[in-house]
Write a protein that binds this ligand. Structure first.
Ligand code: 4AD
Length: 466
């Protein structure tokens, strides 16, 4: 077959070479009957293609054909790479293609609901353009999500999902290198896995069932099945009522569960090393993508320490108190106090990523292990990034009678989880683990303000399409 070149690979090194590229006709600008410029975009990268009437280049008819192309049509271009004398504005690549052949593979409708160039501009650029009297439409989030296949074509969105893919990949690589086994737990389960009401109910061949709110119960059962250390990347379903910037009804859970040898801090050690490795790798591997994201939504790189800061919940409460904010020392943090604590921690310790541990038992799920020295607290933790929760984790109760007592105390129907509780009757290792929300990690690493931006096709309390 013929050799195709990717637009992003078009550099000066290819000067005078013949190339064949495929992409979208982002814009066509006619200069005269004999000349036109076509900006071709592929996976967020753009190149300027010159159509010039000449015996060895293109015909008059071809220039006319190019001028008639609707935006976003899918085209093939054959031509020669040239290096212009002055920098090219409006394209990411700094070389041009002198076109010899142009084919339209698939035509787009003449009027699009979203103009990709407008959708790709930053707020600052939009304000400037509007002041300069330019005609453009600010593309709002709902429009973006309604026509997501168009919205996804912006360089920023292309970059966001490449970063997301890297997060997942680094997560897997790190855990595999630490002896974890990747598993898949069922998503159709009999009872709720986290307690509470935020569960999608359905009928399973005449029996009541629900969509798993987490792999929690089955990842622990995998530990009872002697895998020692397990992880899972999979869908998590929450029938959320709250319409916020950080809650989805379906998200991707990165889950970890492991045997504990001496102390549950072994679980926090994994969080620490996993995330420092993750942030380091993202900064190294995704430089270009992070730049593309920052171009549309400017952000500061995440500040994190070589060894992750660990504060107890009590220390957190005291930090807030010093700043004049009183919260219930045996209650939970709300979104506001989490944000505030994030700011205080950044000022005092210089990090936007830290672990808060030893939570009051009363605010944790039933399966969290009470502290051995004081039962009002638990061997549990949350992890925060830029003042928002991305992880919750804990040592689990592996003693069936205590587990039953705690489930009853939390108002859980023990019959619904009897096979889970029974798993611990055949000898069970002490164990713990944690769950991470993939979309939240990407959102907060890139300083984005809404989880919908880091979800390909988000599901929230009012959206189930597209
Ligand atoms: O805090 P959660 O509910 O904890 C669990 O599911 C436990 N089973 C984890 C464990 O192993 N102990 O959820 C874990 C993470 C949260 O920290 C958050 O990042 C993300 O999942 N998350 C959500 N992300 C998007 N939309 C939602 N509605 C989310 N709910 C939780």
């Amino acid at each position: 077959g013929r050799i195709w070149t990717e637009v992003r690979a078009l550099t000066e090194e290819l000067k005078d070479q013949k190339v064949l590229v495929r992409g979208r006709a982002q814009t066509v600008r006619a200069v005269s009957k004999k000349m036109a410029f076509l900006v071709l975009r592929e996976k967020g990268s753009t190149v300027q293609c010159v159509l010039l009437v000449a015996p060895d280049l293109v015909s008059l008819g071809m220039v006319k054909f190019a001028n008639g192309l609707s935006r976003e049509s899918y085209v093939d271009v054959e031509g020669t790479v040239s290096v212009p004398s002055s920098p090219i504005k409006g394209a990411s690549q700094q070389v041009e293609i002198q076109v010899r052949k142009l084919y339209c593979i698939s035509k787009a409708v003449p009027t699009l609901p979203i103009n990709i160039e407008d959708a790709a501009r930053s707020e600052v650029e939009i304000d400037k353009a509007l002041q300069a009297g330019e005609q453009l439409v600010r593309v709002n989030q709902d429009t973006r999500l309604n026509f997501r296949v168009l919205d996804l074509r912006t360089p920023c969105n292309q970059a966001i999902f490449r970063v997301q893919c890297q997060v997942e990949s680094i997560f897997r690589q790190f855990l595999l290198s630490e002896g974890f086994v990747g598993i898949h737990t069922p998503k159709l389960i009999a009872g709720s896995s986290e307690g509470g009401s935020a569960v999608f109910r359905l009928e399973y061949k005449g029996q009541p069932a629900c969509l798993a709110q987490s792999p929690q119960l089955h990842k622990q059962m995998a530990i009872c099945g002697d895998f020692g250390r397990v992880f899972e990347v999979g869908p998590v379903f929450r029938a959320e009522d709250s319409f916020t910037h950080k809650h989805l009804c379906e998200f991707t859970g990165l889950d970890v569960e492991m045997e504990i040898k001496e102390h549950y801090s072994e679980v926090m050690d994994i969080v620490d090393r996993l995330f420092v490795a993750l942030f380091d790798s993202l900064n190294k591997r995704c430089q270009k993508d992070l730049e593309a994201i920052g171009k549309q939504y400017p952000f500061q790189h995440l500040k994190y320490l070589r060894e992750t800061l660990r504060l107890t919940f009590q220390e957190g409460v005291e930090l807030l108190k010093e700043d004049g904010i009183e919260i219930d020392p045996l209650g939970d943090l709300n979104t506001e106090s989490e944000k505030k604590l994030g700011k205080l921690v950044l000022e005092k310790y210089g990090t936007e990523f830290y672990i808060l541990h030893r939570y009051p038992l009363a605010v944790r799920p039933f399966y969290n292990m009470p502290c051995s020295d004081d039962q009002t607290y638990s061997n549990s933790f949350d992890v925060f990034m830029r003042g928002e929760e991305i992880i919750s984790g804990a040592q689990r109760i592996h003693e069936p009678d205590l587990l039953t007592t705690r489930a009853i105390a939390c108002g859980i129907d023990v019959k619904m989880i009897s096979t889970y509780v029974d798993s611990f009757r055949y000898g069970a290792p002490p164990h713990g683990g944690f769950g991470v929300g993939l979309e939240r990690v990407v959102m907060l690493f890139c300083g984005l303000n809404n989880i919908r931006k880091t979800t390909l096709f988000p599901r929230d309390p009012i959206r189930i399409a597209p």
